[in-house]
Design a protein. Sequence first.
Length: 322
Amino acid sequence: MTGPGSGSIDISGNGITEISYSGLEPVFGGDSTADNIVINLPAGTLDAVLENSAIPGEMQIRSLSSAFELTTFAVPSESLKINTSGGSSVVELDSFDVSFAPADLILSGNAGDTYQLTASDLLADTVSLTLTGGATLDLDSHNETVNNFVLEEGTVIATSGVLSAQSNLDLRSGTVQAQLSGTDLVKNGAGTVLLDAVNSYTGQTIINEGTLKLAQSNAIPGSSSVDLTSIASVLDLDGFELSITSLTGTGNVLLGSATGTLSVNSPMATSATYAGDISGDGSLIKTGEGELILSGTNSYAGPTSVQNGILKIEGSLTTAEV
């Protein structure tokens, strides 16, 4: 929808205005509906602000430099998607109406585009948040809790803020330089996700496909188990240290250089079987009173240390030092 002038738009056909604008042109996409609203911003928009309207139950998006017209819309029931168009666009997420609780908030943009949180707990905990297209989500020092977080493609950064998900952290492609909290972290899709923060989620680390790569030691919590569910799944330590409670599945573990160390701290009275290949120049340390069974062909070159519990080799182990 484009065009000069001012007026209102009834996108549901029920006689009720869902969008109002004046002066320039609305920024709403032609595929918007009353339940699913799409906002397309001009390229290089440096000062867009998404915030409360003065009217309860409504939101507005505005440009401080009048790059586009102030546009007000009723809170959608299902989804709100914002599209930036490149040019290092910046969108501030400033304040949200108490009724803002669509099922999905989708932040889409190119590499160089940034969405910035200006406060903590802006979103209802029932909202699922998706970052896509290569854009950056900047938490700054603010904490945010959502239902699900989906990283389709992009980067999450923070100075000290924490992103929490009540259900899953669904990571597909990109970089996370902010602390992740919540339950399970699930790596989906063929892409690579780089973890560059010490995370605090309490559930499993499940790698279904693609590569989950560490950019610092212990980016996966020490209380977490790792399940490489398919041969297309990879855990890449890249020479860093990692301690976990269990290792299962058929995917591969890349230790990287000789500094790459995987420690498996198996709880008492537990047994876990790993059928993939641990490779690289690093080492494996078995701690904890439980049992770890290696049933695959493991080719890592570093030492193997059994400090507690049982390490059972049902496959093969090429390392000479145990």
